[in-house]
Design a protein around this ligand. Structure first.
Ligand code: NAD
Ligand code: DAU
Length: 350
């Protein structure tokens, strides 16, 4: 069945991979990418699909309800996959209110518009993309399952937890059909170089210090971004309505070990003597309230829907490094700020 699918946050890291996957795979769908292009939104991520006849871009802020209503009306939106958010934990520590505005109020605005525009709620799905950080922090043992109680520890995770609660409340109270997924750390092309992996790749390339928070002992569970996009596609089409699914890489790494792996691989790729890049490692003040460990039990999506990560970590990291080295213009445009001109130069007078 054809759909007019609204994807929010499609100019960001994960959203851009999802938009590309869906535009190319579902030619009979209209894919409408709604994004207000914050510092994290980059339309250069979508060059591969910007000419496609089933792809539409709307520069709209989630806080602008009238504009959200216009987009629903003009495109006759049938379903939503909601990714737009403030996503960086460090920024949430310095400016929590920005996270309340977009992640909480923005999500409630979108829920309200969907609820008011969809007269037959049974025919529509609101898919909310969330994070494993809502579950809090693990010590050495155990995994986050779909039954783990919420215990968010940072302003970012508190705002995402609040948005998840609102989504469930709209199902319980109004009968909106929803699905929520909580995913672990993503890595891959198009990630803004404020996050650990692209920041280190960029700094190694430029012989700059690699800031490791605290002792580098914190553990994250890493997933290649395209595998996350594949999981969203699968759950959107085949997941059970009203359910939660955890998505993860079965792939835990201490931060310091990732940084050392990046150093080793980049020494090889840049023909530098072994050990050159490790000298850039610099231990810095720890992140306030730094969660120790995240680890997802992704057996529900594996057993019920047959999803598994397709890439081994070392292969994914290698592909990621190659992408950043081959796309120096992308990185230079991001660091210089030029990427923010892309919309006015390519879209405004369409
Ligand atoms: P990102 O920061 O790269 O992209 C976010 C996008 O949302 C940007 O394009 C930005 O312009 C847009 N946006 C922000 N505020 C907006 C607003 N008020 N109105 C309209 N658009 C707005 O984020 P990401 O890393 O791609 O994450 C996408 C989603 O996935 C988020 O909801 C995040 O919480 C979740 N998530 C991320 C990860 C990860 O490792 N990156 C893991 C699990 C879940
Ligand atoms: O778990 C899912 C979450 O993963 C997503 O919901 C978030 O949107 C995403 O940003 C990510 O959060 P993290 O805080 O885990 O990602 P980040 O890349 O910022 O940091 C990864 C780890 O590396 C974390 O333990 C902090 C550490 N770190 C990070 C940076 C930027 C450093 O040691 N040095 C750094 O410079």
């Amino acid at each position: 069945m054809s759909k007019n699918l609204l994807i929010t946050g499609g100019a960001g890291f994960i959203g851009s991979h999802l938009v590309q996957l869906l535009v190319e795979k579902y030619k009979s769908y209209k894919i409408i990418n709604l994004d207000c292009l914050t510092y994290a939104g980059n339309l250069e991520n979508l060059k591969a699909v910007e000419g496609a006849s089933n792809y539409f871009f709307e520069k709209v802020n989630l806080l602008d309800v009238a504009e959200l209503e216009r987009v629903f009306d003009e495109h006759n939106i049938t379903d939503v996959i909601h990714l737009a958010a403030e996503s960086h934990v460090d920024r949430s520590i310095s400016d929590p209110l920005a996270f309340v505005n977009t992640n909480v109020i923005g999500t409630v605005n979108l829920l309200n518009v969907a609820k008011s525009k969809w007269t037959d709620l049974d025919k529509h799905l609101f898919y909310h993309v969330s994070t494993d950080e809502v579950y809090g922090s693990l010590d050495d043992g155990g995994f986050f399952t779909e039954e783990t109680p919420y215990d968010p520890q940072s302003p970012y995770s508190a705002s995402k937890a609040a948005s998840d609660h609102f989504v469930r409340a709209y199902t319980n109270t109004y009968g909106l059909k929803t699905v929520i997924t909580n995913c672990s750390n993503n890595y891959g092309p198009n990630q803004f170089p404020e996050k650990l992996i692209p920041l280190c790749i960029h700094n190694i390339r430029n012989n700059k210090p690699l800031p490791v928070y605290g002792k580098g002992e914190n553990i994250r569970d890493w997933l290649y971004v395209v595998d996350h996009a594949r999981a969203i596609d699968l759950i959107f089409h085949e997941g059970k309505v009203g359910e939660t699914y955890n998505i993860g890489g079965f792939n835990e790494w201490k931060n310091i070990d990732i940084v050392k792996l990046l150093c080793k691989k980049m020494d090889e790729k840049l023909n530098r003597p072994t050990g050159t890049s490790e000298k850039l490692i610099t231990y810095v003040k720890d992140r306030a309230g730094h969660d120790l460990r995240y680890a997802i039990d992704a057996n529900k999506i594996k057993n019920e829907l047959g999803w598994e990560p397709s890439l081994q970590f070392e292969e994914g990291i290698s592909k990621t490094i190659d992408w950043y080295l081959e796309n120096e213009t992308w990185l230079n445009n991001v660091t210089s700020g030029n990427y923010q001109k892309y919309y006015s130069e390519h879209y405004q007078d369409r």
